[in-house]
Design a protein around this ligand. Structure first.
Ligand code: PYC
Length: 311
């Protein structure tokens, strides 16, 4: 299996360019469902230790249904197949450029949740025009053990998020462990209360916001992903969901650009255009760098071929 690895603002992406499982020729959503239900061990092992690394998001490149798209993509982390991935899409664009499949300019990519556009400005700098994003519920209050009441918004940016505007824990690198624990408790409370997105969409990402640490930053975020790793980048889909909340509250004007910092201090430039009455189209600009071209070899006799599982 041939893979190309990259990182987007510190967050790793592994693109499977050949040798992945046959997912058929249905819609991208149908192929994502087949990956989720029939190939769990496979996708886990591609991104988990010892074959992958913590926080890695994997991508299978597939034939798109829409002939206008340069590629179809299906994203996953070590715990789940996810609908869309902003940092992953920036990584895919840099990877397709590295492979000589796209050049400078704008290209369409098909995901299980819709078509997105990528604009490659140079070999590393990519702007993603994401799927329509929206806020579903404002000020949902949760009682969190050892923390107290936490209030957040349920919003969509390609995945479903619980977005806490004022983090109960300062968003600084030395608090990563505490931020992770609090975010996991928040996600557990969401599960207990059976809160979901539209059509039962699972709220599997939690974002905590705090003040920016750089002079020009708008804010800094901590993002918990389904595999309990934190996003090293500011999270493209999470930033999209937050933009929808800022727009809904009239806290950010269309086309106004902000700098979103991640927990590690990397950043995205963000803006949006209004779409329908309750949705916006986000723009996310960041940089990805290729780190590796490799052949991944999974020996059937390796007892850890499906990744390390600690119970
Ligand atoms: O950038 O959208 C994102 C993302 C989702 C999970 C990890 N990164």
């Amino acid at each position: 299996m041939q893979v190309i690895d990259s990182h987007t603002e510190g967050e790793p992406t592994r693109v499977i360019v050949s040798g992945g499982p046959d997912l058929g020729s249905g819609s991208l959503a149908e192929r994502a469902k087949i990956l989720a239900t029939e190939h769990k061990d496979f996708y886990r092992s591609v991104v988990s230790e010892p074959y992958g690394q913590e926080a890695m998001v994997g991508v299978i490149l597939v034939e798109p249904v829409d002939p206008e798209c340069v590629a179809g993509v299906i994203y996953f982390d070590a715990a789940a197949v996810i609908g869309m991935c902003g940092h992953g899409t920036i990584g895919v664009a840099a990877t397709l450029a590295h492979m000589g499949k796209i050049g400078i300019g704008t290209h369409k990519i098909e995901t299980p949740v819709g078509v997105v556009e990528v604009t490659l400005s140079d070999a590393n700098t990519v702007t993603v025009k994401n799927v329509a994003s929206r806020r579903l519920q404002k000020d949902v209050r949760l009682e969190i053990d050892g923390v107290g009441t936490v209030s957040g918004d349920i919003a969509y940016g390609g995945n479903w998020f619980f977005i806490v505007d004022k983090s109960p824990v300062p968003v600084i690198p030395s608090n990563i462990r505490n931020l992770t624990e609090v975010s996991i408790k928040i996600r557990e409370a969401i599960e207990t209360k059976q809160l979901t997105g539209t059509d039962g969409g699972i709220i599997d990402h939690v974002v905590l916001y705090g003040p920016a640490l750089s002079k020009n930053g708008h804010s800094r975020n901590f993002v918990l992903c389904p595999d309990n790793a934190y996003d090293r980048s500011p999270c493209g889909t999470g930033s999209s969901a937050r933009l929808a909340c800022l727009a809904a509250d009239n806290r950010l004007a269309p086309s106004e650009e902000i700098i979103q910092e991640s927990t590690i201090g990397s950043s995205y430039r963000l803006s949006y255009q209004p779409s329908t009455s309750d949705t916006i189209i986000p723009n996310i600009t960041g940089q990805a760098f290729i780190t590796k071209e490799a052949t991944l070899m999974m020996n059937p006799s390796d007892p850890l071929k499906n990744g390390i599982k600690l119970s």
